[in-house]
Design a protein around this ligand. Sequence first.
Ligand SMILES: [Ca+2]
Ligand SMILES: [Ca+2]
Ligand SMILES: [Ca+2]
Ligand SMILES: [Ca+2]
Length: 267
Amino acid sequence: MEKYNEFFVFTLSPHFELFFFASSLQSTDCNHNGLDNRIDIAAGRSRDCNLNFVPDECDALRPLPAFEKPAKYPAGAYPRLTAVADLDGDGALDLAAANSDSDNLTLLFNDRSGGFKKSIFLPAARQPIFLSAGDLDQDGDHDLVSASGPVAFYENQGGGMFLDPLPLEGISANSNISIRDFDRDGLQDLAAISFGNFVEVFFNEGESSWTRAGHVFLSPDQGYGSLASADFNGDGLLDLAAVTSNSSILWVVINEGNRGFVKTSRF
Ligand SMILES: [Ca+2]
Ligand SMILES: [Ca+2]
Ligand SMILES: [Ca+2]
Ligand SMILES: [Ca+2]
């Protein structure tokens, strides 16, 4: 399999930002027919196929977004998934990547001028593939968690300085890890797909203590998994959507409260 050892980061052209700035100042009668854009559309004088409240004839005049040439930053061997979070607490989003063949992480701190500072490398647990960011120890900064196989915790000491990986005993994952507060107790929990194709949720009890719950079997199809969390049924509790690489099914796993989850639908 082809390996990559560089990050490519695309940034929007400053001309695009200028365009948005200019467009915010322009008349709301973009086609100059004497009617405000919204009235124009509501009256049926103009069509608005993309529902952006701008007559389609004006959309056609808009330039397409332009991207600068990609910037390249060194990474380790076979970088896999990335996490995006403000790791050094300066208010700008940073990047981290899991390098599965060099057993390390690459950190790229945002230089706040459209680029990133020099790559920093951290030792990692064995063959990290998945990487997520979240404040697992409730001290206000984003920590990192890597998988697959053993799940490891990288404590942010502040300012983007991380401790060496600490295995999270009893937790394994064959997917990305969703870090959210699933039981709404103020502590960030972990959800992942296990090697047996179960959705597992590990509830954070504080002080590096975890309770395993939400043991929901997906299907016999093995393979890397991927999870996303959101409140799909609008009851205020975060639910999960799950897929595995050897299946063509998207599962929705509903959070029933009291740390209970149930598989409800497949697509
Ligand atoms: Ca930052
Ligand atoms: Ca933290
Ligand atoms: Ca929680
Ligand atoms: Ca819900």
